[in-house]
Design a protein around this ligand. Structure first.
Ligand code: SOE
Length: 402
């Protein structure tokens, strides 16, 4: 049994079932375990069941990650009366099936990003979320970085007009985990499971985060994608793949290794985006800079407790970016943690995500990013892929009103 917090015996319970126990499953489990210990949540979270296909592995993961039980078929989570919310942490290829069935079964849903692998799937999920909302069922997509205090504070500064009219957005997300051509053909490198490569996996984060911080939406793009390494050795356990790959034991990479695009935002800003898994030496290099006519800011996930800010209204003799430590109790989410100057980490973005989700389930308040927001990001991905397929032709994002 997971430890119960006696102080919360009087609160309504929120039974959670989580599908998947790899990187995201572990990060979400940590958030479900921790949020109620640092935030006064209006519901008492109960970590009911972890779900995974391998009984032996999911049983071990459930015990390690703090779940009361485990299931080997996600449909069992939907049949359980002690589960009111399903958390989808599987590869994108199964997001639509699981989330739509969970919503139909009356479960609240949080789904990892990207929302889906295709626009059609994302549309179906957004439609299912709209009809479920009419029955009081909540849903969101897990763009976690917007819930780091410095990212939310950046949005607050832009919304308060501290940067004035936004002219430029500059965003990159740089990783290097597959630079070695002998790195195996894992699911993130296969379109049937991941939908796209760097574009959908990490490009979605900078699309969501730049839109969140600026309050504007991308209306058009000119894109370029590249797959540097065309085939890779099959992972040790890939029976389904070995038949397709033949005796060579290698398979084709069917997604992008890198995606770069120019973009226009609906309130006039122009932007450059770069998402790549071949930035040798960069491990999780998500960086965003926003330039306005009254100031600029820069947010860097590898220095996630800080915000670089320039106030252009100051006397030019004083111009210079200054480092704001976003750890004051008056900063977003910060009051729940440590005294000023004591840093938070990557995992806190997921804890804040759980806090906001539980509050919205209990109180019916706003919950973003919604499945509709996830669909809009999916439409940006689709526009980048269509543009890249036509040698960078300028491509309008469907639904952007242009
Ligand atoms: C890619 O390796 C990845 O795990 C993404 O899938 C996550 O969304 C990102 O936060 C970290 O990198």
């Amino acid at each position: 049994m997971t430890s119960r917090d006696p102080a919360r015996e009087d609160l309504p319970e929120l039974g959670v079932g989580l599908v998947g126990y790899a990187f995201m499953g572990a990060a979400h489990s940590h958030a479900w375990r921790t949020a109620g210990r640092f935030f006064n949540l209006p519901m008492s979270v109960r970590m009911r069941a972890l779900c995974g296909r391998s009984r032996e592995r999911v049983a071990a993961a459930a015990s390690r990650l703090g779940w009361s039980s485990y299931e080997t078929d996600w449909k069992q989570l939907l049949a359980r009366d002690d589960i009111q919310l399903v958390d989808v942490c599987t590869p994108g290829g199964s997001h639509a099936e699981i989330a739509i069935a969970a919503l139909a079964a009356g479960k609240h849903v949080i789904c990892e990003k990207p929302l889906a692998n295709t626009v059609a799937e994302a549309r179906a999920m957004a439609s299912a979320a709209r009809s479920a909302a009419g029955r009081g069922i909540r849903s969101m997509v897990g763009f976690n970085y917007r819930r780091l205090p410095a990212a939310t504070f950046a949005r607050d500064l832009v919304a308060a007009g501290k940067l004035g009219t936004i002219r430029h957005v500059r965003a990159h997300y740089l990783q290097d985990w597959i630079v070695d051509p002998e790195f195996p053909l894992v699911w993130r490198l296969r379109a049937e499971e991941a939908g796209s490569g760097a574009l959908g996996d990490i490009g979605t984060h900078i699309i969501d985060l730049t839109q969140f911080i600026t309050g504007q939406h991308i209306t058009g793009v000119s894109g370029l994608t590249e797959t540097f390494v065309k085939d890779r050795p099959l992972p040790a356990e890939s029976p389904g793949l070995s038949a397709a790959a033949g005796a060579a034991g290698r398979g084709l990479v069917t997604v992008d290794d890198a995606a770069l695009f120019l973009a226009r935002f609906d309130d006039g800003a122009v932007a450059t985006f770069e998402a790549t898994r071949f930035a040798t030496g960069r491990k999780n290099g998500l960086q965003i800079e926003v330039n306005g006519d009254r100031g600029s800011l820069q947010f860097d996930v590898e220095r996630l407790n800080e915000l670089q800010y320039l106030d252009a209204t100051e006397d030019p003799v004083m111009h210079g970016f200054r480092r704001i430590m976003v750890t004051e109790p008056s900063h977003p989410y910060a009051a729940a943690w440590w005294p000023p100057g004591h840093a938070l980490g990557y995992e806190h973005s997921f804890i804040h995500q759980v806090k906001d989700l539980v509050e919205a389930v209990a109180n019916g308040g706003d919950l973003a990013p919604s499945f509709e927001d996830g669909l809009q990001v999916q439409l940006v991905l689709d526009a980048v892929q269509r543009s890249a397929a036509s040698r960078g032709e300028w491509t309008v994002v469907e639904g952007s009103g242009l």
